[in-house]
Design a protein around this ligand. Structure first.
Ligand SMILES: [Zn+2]
Length: 409
């Protein structure tokens, strides 16, 4: 009975949402409104000092697009959050998000199904160096829904060279609405497979490294975006879990001495940074964590958008880890050259925990790296092409240095 009542309630809520969406659609500038169950605004907030960013993040605001030059950050805020920002005397104004008004994917982008087929084609193109593996199910698939929603990993390495090679893992699509990273990850895979035997740098990397690429982790969320829910970030379990807060590394700041205010947003299921009910509760996160049992991963890069930043561990602290110079050196030889900011999440933005990159470093002593690329969630495909050209030499450099081992004092 309870179930029936909640379904009826659910239906009523959904109906109410539809009304809301339809009303919002009639607004002139729909970029500034719309989404699932509440109307909201996108605003740009002026930051007075570095504490502002931490305060905003720990309030649980959906923050993105930090600009270090103008000292501004954007947020998607509800009416209640808007009132709270006003009461707290923040200086903010509405802004439009690039390409948000066209629903679903933009021209040129591949759907999840197209990506799966293209990865299969790469594996078929040169089976001596490329293998496609299903490394796990999404939440929906584990629930008996969406039977085709698998997480795919393309491994690229010269199979004839039998000795164990330094293994790296490149991840995209952890957050569904961030459209560029899965495309960049696919392009990296394609570039390596198609240029093997033609380009000496690529050939050497494929002969001497074990490169693993997962272009799309959050497949369920991604399909929501393809269906027009442009703002979907989390997976689709309940109100959604932020996969990049669900990893088993100081999950919810457990075991860390941090202010209690930091914990609120990660334990609120409605927050965009909700970390789930337990460490690695989500099957998508389990798929990635289990891959460490398949391969001894030495470097893991998790690519997000947007903001042009390069992160190293640990996200919850601004105190340097013992091996910080190894990370700084990698940064200075790569993404710093294209103007990316480098540091921990805490030094560049705000504290994070339970992230993919922290898990790599804390639990496996791997080079755990994170990135924010580009200047919007939804760049045109031409922009993705130019981002790829700029990022490519630096991603190849990461593959090259994936043999770096972290030595601890
Ligand atoms: Zn992200």
């Amino acid at each position: 009975m309870k179930k029936i009542i909640s379904s009826i309630l659910g239906f009523l809520v959904l109906s109410a949402c539809n009304t809301q969406i339809n009303e919002n659609l009639s607004l002139d500038n729909e970029d500034l409104s719309i989404q699932s169950n509440n109307s909201f605004k996108v605003v740009q907030i002026k930051l007075k000092n570095s504490k502002d960013l931490v305060n905003l993040a720990t309030k649980g605001l959906d923050l993105f697009g930090f600009d270090s030059k103008s000292k501004t950050i954007k947020a998607k805020i509800s009416t209640k959050e808007e009132q709270d920002l006003k009461a707290s005397k923040y200086d903010f104004s509405p802004v439009a998000e690039v390409n948000m008004s066209s629903r679903g994917l933009l021209p040129g982008y591949m759907t999840y199904n197209e990506m799966k087929n293209k990865l299969k084609q790469l594996a078929d193109f040169n089976p001596d160096i490329a293998t496609l593996n299903d490394i796990g199910d999404t939440w929906e698939k584990t629930q008996g829904k969406s039977p085709n929603n698998d997480i795919w990993c393309l491994t690229i390495t010269n199979k004839k060279v039998k000795n164990q090679k330094p293994a790296s893992l490149f991840i995209g699509g952890m957050h569904a609405r961030e459209l560029a990273p899965p495309e960049i990850m696919y392009k990296l895979a394609e570039y390596l497979v198609k240029n093997y035997g033609k380009d000496s740098q690529v050939t050497e990397l494929v002969d001497t490294r074990d490169i693993n690429i997962v272009p799309m982790v959050n497949v369920d969320g991604r399909i929501k975006v393809e269906q027009g829910n442009n703002w979907q970030r989390k997976n689709t379990h309940g109100t959604g879990v932020d996969l990049n807060r669900n990893f088993d590394s100081y999950w919810n700041y457990q075991g860390l001495d941090v202010p209690s205010s930091w914990i609120g947003s990660s334990t609120n299921p409605n927050s965009e940074t909700y970390s789930g009910t337990a460490p690695a509760s989500e099957p998508e996160v389990q798929a990635i964590q289990n891959y460490y049992k398949v391969k001894k991963l030495n470097l893991v890069l998790d690519m997000h958008s947007y903001g042009e930043m390069f992160f190293w561990p640990v996200g919850y602290s601004d105190k340097p880890i013992p091996e910080v110079n190894i990370f700084k050196n990698i940064y200075e030889n790569s993404f710093k050259k294209i103007g990316y900011q480098g540091g921990t999440s805490m030094t560049l933005l705000y504290p994070t925990t339970g992230t993919t990159d922290d898990y790599a470093y804390v639990k496996h002593k791997a080079l755990g790296l994170g990135m924010e690329i580009g200047q919007s969630f939804r760049p045109s495909y031409q922009e993705v092409e130019s981002m790829w050209n700029e990022l490519r030499p630096n991603l190849l450099y990461l593959i090259k240095v994936s043999n770096t081992t972290l030595t601890r004092k």
